[in-house]
Design a protein around this ligand. Structure first.
Ligand code: PEP
Length: 251
């Protein structure tokens, strides 16, 4: 039985004081919700105070990115080793914004996943197509290429969480039709089973792309959708908590 997971990706938002305040409110408003996993991914600068604010709660500590080397002359980077030492349990890897603005390749994504797993940090690996790719009918090819890139020579593969995030739906207010999203989630399960011999029934596949309180129920009710990676709506306590509550009611 797969547990729903709702993860908030705060992106480059929130000073430390704002982040602590948001984290405290999320903790307060999700008390007693035990049936699903709740994760928040603040910016690096706010990890320490936010992790402190959520300790002893049911909100789990996440991060938005990590580097695959442990330490050394990599100015500006943060390693999985550092995240582990802070208590990080989940890390987003290969978000489309990182692939687009920071030129992250499938090889980088693969190395980061390997390193995260080696530290016992659960990677949330993002895949998804651009609008142009979608219009050219290339969605399946793009998703397959990214999944194959991510899974090459990995061990502990079933621990990886995937997030299908159609790029045209991120931050745009446009969401994939629930049935269409479910088809891609189903495709992801087929790829991991057929190409990598994984047990597709245990791997969690999240949906991301303008999820909000009004579309959460329709999306989360789909059989192959196991939760969501939430961007914009995770910055607003009321919206994020509503998405969490809706998912918990379906669990
Ligand atoms: C995201 O950043 O992963 C995301 C899905 O953003 P939004 O919910 O704002 O579309």
């Amino acid at each position: 039985m797969r547990r729903y997971l709702i993860a908030g990706n705060w992106k480059m938002n929130k000073t430390n004081n704002e982040a602590i305040d948001l984290a405290r409110r999320i903790v307060l408003n999700t008390k007693g919700i035990e049936k699903i996993d709740i994760v928040i991914c603040p910016p690096f600068t706010a990890l320490a105070p936010v992790y402190d604010a959520i300790k002893d709660s049911n909100v789990r500590p996440g991060a938005q990115n990590m580097y695959y080397e442990d330490e050394g002359a990599y100015t500006g980077e943060i390693s999985g080793k550092f995240l582990k030492a802070m208590g990080c349990e989940f890390v987003i890897i290969g978000h489309s914004e990182r692939r687009k603005y920071f030129s992250e390749s499938d090889t980088d994504v693969n190395k980061k996943i390997k390193k995260a797993l080696s530290f016992g940090i659960t990677p949330i690996v993002c895949v998804g197509e651009t609008l142009e790719e979608r219009e050219k009918g290339k969605t399946a090819d793009v998703v397959k290429k990214e999944i194959i890139g991510a899974l090459q020579e990995q061990t502990d593969k079933e621990k990886i969480i995937f997030a299908y995030e159609p790029i045209w739906a991120i931050g745009t207010g446009k969401t994939a039709q629930p049935e269409d999203a479910n088809k891609i989630h189903n495709l992801i399960r087929n790829i991991i089973k057929t190409d990598f011999g994984m047990d597709e029934t245990v791997v969690r596949v999240l949906y991301g792309g303008s999820v909000n309180p009004s579309n959460a129920e329709a999306l989360m009710s789909q059989p192959d959708i196991d939760g969501s990676l939430v961007g914009g709506a995770s910055l607003d306590v009321k919206s994020f908590v509503e998405i969490i509550t809706t998912s918990a009611n379906l669990a």
